[in-house]
Design a binder for this molecule. Structure first.
Ligand SMILES: CC(C)(COP(=O)(O)OP(=O)(O)OC[C@H]1O[C@@H](n2cnc3c(N)ncnc32)[C@H](O)[C@@H]1OP(=O)(O)O)[C@@H](O)C(=O)NCCC(=O)NCCSC(=O)/C=C/CC(=O)O
Ligand SMILES: Cc1cc2nc3c(=O)[nH]c(=O)nc-3n(C[C@H](O)[C@H](O)[C@H](O)COP(=O)(O)OP(=O)(O)OC[C@H]3O[C@@H](n4cnc5c(N)ncnc54)[C@H](O)[C@@H]3O)c2cc1C
Length: 632
């Protein structure tokens, strides 16, 4: 699955990268440990001539538990996408050599989703050929950017550009925050950490107040628009090109989601293989819990999702590279498609994995509630994905907006983008391909069912919107009246994309891999398709993509699939080729000795470093000896 990291032994030979879940670390220790890790990986890269891909895989091996991730995942990519060639020549060498450490400061205390309403301003001062940056009120302060609190020396600040008394919308500005001499905040800069979070506490997400901070005109990243010395605003590309960095990160979130669900399903399946509990035969031997149908029903979806997201990421990476190669040459033809696709898939992938990770955690029983199992930690670390780079609901709506435009083109007989080509079909000519039970074992038949359900959902909400508009509702009321259906249509399209990528990828692999492997992957793909229909059966029935008889056959086939996957379940997670130090779970170790590793982890617990706790001397001793307690 993940390209085997040939340098794994080098990485995990070092104690720095062996922290078993980093249990007991304070926030400051987590923060320091993360920075230390990033810089040590950078040294290893130089010492062993690693490629940038090796460096990136090393960070993934550590579950991104490293320092200044934003510098690498957003600050540098933003310079690459938003700066002119001259600006790149100035800023990229500094950023790539860590001479400056950056963040992407867009979200404010009062606004994260609605970029048009961001309050930070950058006012052009022609007298001094500078921009004056200001966060005018409490709600304007930048709030959330990663590494902003204590690390970043620079920020790409997204601000409303003001020239004279005209607002030219959100534009990117390079702002130095801290001295490169003593790391103190510069004049006019108030910056700090926003406080402890549910997870990812090694990251110093921060706040930033800008009090009339002056920067030179050339600090406006000007690939897509610039201001001349005499104060003229010149737009050289669509202003949405300034959103480019977010599109890239939405793509990387699909990869992040894939990585986390692989960890979760590996822990749950390996533990379920070694855990024996109860028996179905009175007096019989205790069963591996992995043999209970309900346990398989709970955790095989995460296994299938791991492979589905792997194939979808690979497909979307190719789609993204084609789109951005064109966009960087000034051809924005694919901008809407890649934005619509990645908005929806980022939301769908993060929704899917946060749900399935909790199922993986629950399937580990009590031990799933221990930090040492790491599956709970993985969930906490994954939760932000439903919010970062765009709240999922808002992202689904962006995807739905794209789908509405595509179906309008299809109905007008115009060309549509490849990902929505199914909208050109005559929705009324559909006949469910599953006409008898055994037809449920054909993933291509299931794909036709997914296609009809998505087409029907998009067509239905488009019709309802049209009806609302024709009955006199204004645009925004008609939209708000149908937001739930729009989200539903976007989810249907995204689920179709995952199924399509899974079916097509397995079909391509069949031509080169062994029949044994092909049959295992076909089985997993079939299961993914069946399970997806069962869990959204209402929508599949409503769209008439299937009838009740088909649903009955599909549910029966899904349960049969569980038994078919069971013999290969452990091998399928071993195939992720994840090092124990990557998974870091006492329950998911390759050697299967869960109880021993749990006990080792308990022994490392700081509270166990002394036999008698300090609280005994303060409170318990007198209590136990019946002595009168001093006033507390
Ligand atoms: C919700 C958004 C997209 C609304 O944007 P807005 O400017 O208000 O435009 P419209 O919805 O009216 O759309 C206009 C037009 O622009 C197209 N478009 C929108 N976004 C993009 C894009 N990214 N790329 C290309 N094109 C885009 C849209 O399709 C419309 O096209 P038409 O042809 O139909 O006119 C916007 O407000 C938004 O993106 N909000 C989410 C904010 C966000 O994602 N923040 C992330 C901050 S960084 C972060 O979270 C980092 C986390 C670090 C970590 O991961 O740990
Ligand atoms: C861990 C973490 C790291 C982050 N890192 C960064 C960073 O490095 N840089 C940065 O700039 N930002 C960062 N962010 C901020 C993040 O991008 C925002 O939180 C995100 O864009 C959501 O915006 P919001 O928080 O304002 O939520 P809101 O938009 O206020 O959402 C609140 C609710 O309102 C709903 N809602 C909002 N608008 C609409 C609408 N139009 N239609 C329907 N419903 C709507 C949402 O669905 C949600 O349910 C980070 C956030 C987190 C959690």
């Amino acid at each position: 699955m993940q390209k085997t990291f040939k340098n794994e032994k080098i990485l995990f030979a070092e104690p720095l990268f062996q922290c078993d879940g980093l249990a007991g670390f304070t926030r400051s220790e987590l923060y320091e440990n993360a920075i230390h890790r990033t810089l040590r990986i950078n040294q290893l890269k130089k010492e062993h001539n690693w490629t940038q891909e090796d460096f990136d895989i090393a960070i993934r091996c550590l579950n991104y538990e490293v320092g200044f991730v934003i510098h690498l995942s957003m600050f540098i990519p933003a310079i690459e996408r938003l700066a002119t060639d001259d600006q790149k020549a100035k800023w990229l060498p500094l950023a790539e050599s860590y001479r400056i450490l950056g963040t992407y400061a867009q979200t404010e205390l009062g606004h994260g989703t609605n970029l048009m309403a961001l309050e930070t301003t950058a006012t052009f001062d022609p007298r001094t050929d500078e921009f004056v940056l200001r966060t005018p009120q409490l709600s304007s302060m930048k709030w959330w950017p990663g590494s902003l609190g204590k690390t970043a020396t620079h920020a790409i600040v997204l601000a409303q550009l003001i020239i004279g008394n005209k607002n030219y919308g959100m534009n990117p500005f390079m702002v130095q925050l801290r001295s490169l001499e003593d790391h103190m905040p510069l004049p006019g800069i108030i910056v700090g950490d926003i406080g402890a979070k549910l997870g990812a506490n090694s990251n110093d997400n921060g706040f930033l107040i800008l009090n009339d901070v002056r920067i030179p005109r050339e600090n406006m990243l000007a690939r897509n628009s610039k201001v001349t010395k005499d104060g003229r605003y010149i737009q050289t590309s669509t202003n949405k090109a300034n959103y480019a960095t977010m599109v890239l990160v939405r793509l990387s979130i699909i990869r992040w989601a894939e990585d986390t669900i692989k960890n979760g399903s590996l822990i749950a399946i390996r533990y379920s293989a070694v855990r024996r509990q109860s028996s179905l035969q009175a007096g019989g031997p205790e069963m591996q819990v992995l043999d209970y149908q309900t346990q398989q029903y709970k955790i095989f979806p995460s296994l299938a999702a791991s492979y589905a997201l792997f194939f979808t990421y690979e497909a979307m990476m190719k789609e993204y590279e084609i789109a951005y190669a064109q966009i960087m040459r000034g051809n924005n033809q694919l901008l809407g498609q890649i934005h619509g696709q990645l908005s929806g898939l980022k939301a769908f992938a993060s929704d899917l994995v946060t749900y399935e990770l909790e199922m993986c955690r629950r399937s580990c029983g009590g031990h799933g509630y221990l930090k040492a199992s790491v599956v709970g930690e993985t969930l906490l670390h994954t939760l932000p994905l439903v919010t970062v780079e765009g709240d999922n609901t808002v992202m689904y709506l962006q995807c739905a907006r794209y789908l509405l435009k595509q179906i309008a083109k299809a109905l007008a007989g115009q060309d549509v983008d490849e990902p929505t080509s199914y909208l050109k079909k005559d929705i009324l000519s559909y006949t469910c391909p599953v006409q008898k039970g055994e037809h449920c074992t054909n993933p291509n038949y299931l794909l036709k069912i997914y296609t009809q359900r998505a087409h029907s959902a998009i067509a239905s909400v488009a019709r309802q919107l049209q009806f609302d508009l024709e009955s006199g509702k204004d645009q925004s009321s008609a939209f708000n009246n149908n937001l739930v259906s729009l989200v539903q249509a976007a989810k249907a399209h995204c689920q179709l994309c995952l199924m399509k990528n899974f079916v097509e990828s397995v079909s391509a692999l069949e031509r080169t891999c062994s029949e044994n492997l092909a049959s295992v992957l076909r089985q997993l793909c079939l299961y993914f398709g069946l399970h997806g229909i069962v869990t959204a059966s209402g929508e599949f029935l409503e769209s008439e993509a299937i009838g009740l008889q088909q649903l009955e056959w599909i549910k029966a086939e899904e349960l049969k699939s569980l038994a078919a996957i069971r013999p290969n379940a452990v091998a399928l997670v071993d195939a992720f080729d994840l090092h124990d130090q990557t998974v870091m779970s006492a329950l998911g170790r390759y050697d299967g000795n869960a109880y021993q590793h749990l006990f080792e982890a308990a022994k490392r617990e700081p509270m166990n470093q002394t036999q008698v706790p300090p609280a005994y001397y303060k409170y318990l001793r007198d209590l136990i000896k019946g002595q009168p307690l001093a006033k507390l």
